[in-house]
Design a protein around this ligand. Sequence first.
Ligand code: 3H9
Length: 695
Amino acid sequence: MSQSVAVSRDGAVAIITIDNPPVNALSFHVREPLMKAFETLRDDATVEAIVLACAGRTFVAGADITEFGKPMQRPDLRDLIATLEKIEKPTVAAIHGTALGGGLELALGCHSRVADKAAKLGLPEVKLGLLPGAGGTIRLPYLIGPQKALKIIVSGTPITAGEALEGGLVDAIAENDLVAVAVEFARARAAEGKKFSAVRDRREKIEKADLEAFDRQAAELAKKARGLEAPVACAQSVRNAITLPFDEALASERDFFVKLVSGDQSRAQRHLFFAEREAAKVAGVGKDIAPREIRRAGVIGAGTMGGGIAMSFANGGIPVTLLEMNREALDRGIATIEKNYAISVSRGSMTEEAKARRMALFSTTTDYADLADCDIVVEAVFEDMSVKQDVFGKLDAAAKPGTILASNTSYLDVDQIAAFTGRPQDVVGTHFFSPANVMKLLEIVRGRKTAPDVLATLLSLSKRIGKVPVVVGVCPGFVGNRMLGARSDETENLLLEGAAPNQVDKAFTDFGWPMGPFQMYDLAGLDIGWRNRKATGKAAVISDPLCEQGRFGQKTGRGFYLYENGSRTPTPDPDVERLIADKARERGIERRDISAEEITERTLYPMINEGAKILEEGIAARASDIDIVWVNGYGFPIGKGGPMFFAELEGIKKIVERLEYWHGRTGKDAFKPAALLKKLAASGGSFSEKTAQAA
Ligand code: 3H9
């Protein structure tokens, strides 16, 4: 056999072992010898049963995603499964690590599945803008029932071996020595000497399916799809498993797959998959740089951000010391944390025991000396340089040597903050996004003197606490807020020129954003930007007077919208509309109708332009890093792949032309096309070429 597929024997049981590091993806160089192994063992009279296992850290984690978009070489995965499924000897998949996508589909081609107790099984294709394309949407419903299957397929979230056993997806769990257990399982089946039915022949769960209940469930899921095609196709294909004969349902699944895989949404989501992995590769931080050990974290400030950051550490199982100026603030912070966990318990996403375990990880103090045993301390105090100076001075005095001193600043100069300490090499920016216990993004701000092992520590820590890290350079607002700034000016101008806040917000939600900018300002609190503007001598025509009236957004019940009686649903407020009209009049602006297209061009294009400048300056290493920031920190629609990927989809030439148009009309710098954009528009090149040149 080839290097990637080996066959061994244990008596009359043949063991096929796939070995294609790192995740045993089903690349062509695996599929070809695997097909040969199936055919040979099928025809070998001395073989009574077959076990399909994998070497390395995991069972097959799916099709090889790098092959998508290229002509598929036969045998394809469907050919393999069709051959496997017809073998009349007992076939058993031995699953460890993660059986994902095409990997689980392959396992569904076996008569039985034995899983290691720590294994996870899932069909995550939906996260790549796809549906399982090798029978997963048909065989899984046959095996465990359509409604359970729909939940697994549309969420894309893997289930545990225990859950799989309960649902009938696996037949046995191995506490240890998986392959030996699978071999014994296979031998016992062979000894029974009966014919085992393939999954496709087990129609019981399909025949019992309640189509009406299924349709209700599918309709609920479709509502959440927000313009994404894949979840809808998944639901339709699972429905076909109920309503169509097996082979017709399979053929229809194939059609869905072919359509989705060549579509822009899946391209965008596949781009994000690889972009996320690229973002973890940082210049100067090679695999040889060992991260520092993190056993305890400290968080200074128990407000909304500090509390959320502390929860992130606790969620990763890291004990955390929370410091505040006084006991009352600490008590308030801890009460909020407890309330947030209680909400998770009431929603069923956390058990009481897990909540108790997490709460036990918190300790509180008002004394910096108690931070002495922390390996990392993140400050989340007021965004004011003199406050930061005070905090970092105290921290420098209290922390042990080697402790990472991190600032959760969202705008300020990390180098200046580092200079407040005698150990700038240990200082780094860790910009979490609100709510910090929920949002995935962590912008890691690399100061001029930040040590490589500090960055290595934060990259590995991010994984532990479930964050997606992106390392960025120092500039006001870093990547995310700097680009946000480029669009913020324009959102208010759109109001002055004739749009209403809810009209702008609708253009955003129609584009695929979870909410529009005015809803977002109200949610985050208008006072944050106001304080920052006051500190930097800037002004905002509409937001400033709103803040002066105490309208800080949802938390005060009024902002750009009204939120009556504690409601979180924004209602347009005639007072705000009057204020906008007055401000327009004062400035001699004649208000007019504004189209959704204009809203997109004037908000998104300046952001893309700023992103190009960020790339030119080396603040972000890759355009794809910028996409990861926007998707994970600001809810940029995943089906559009992030602002820079979207720019390429739209055509950089078109973006430059429209920026030039708006620059001509407004004279504003935000619209003046960046040199990089102009260069790429002229050459027809892409951002990745720019990254390749820089590397
Ligand atoms: C599918 O199966 C379609 C079928 O239904 C139908 C077909 C007809 N292909 O994530 P990591 C690379 S769609 C190619 O850092 P971890 C990854 O880029 C597929 N490459 O490791 C990275 O490369 P590098 C459905 C892949 O331990 C390296 O492996 N399956 C693939 O944190 C290590 O990855 C999925 O969507 C792949 N399928 O996590 C599962 N997978 O080192 C996708 C990974 O150069 N994979 N790579 O940056 C995962 O979710 C995670 O990789 C996994 C391991 C959980 C398995």
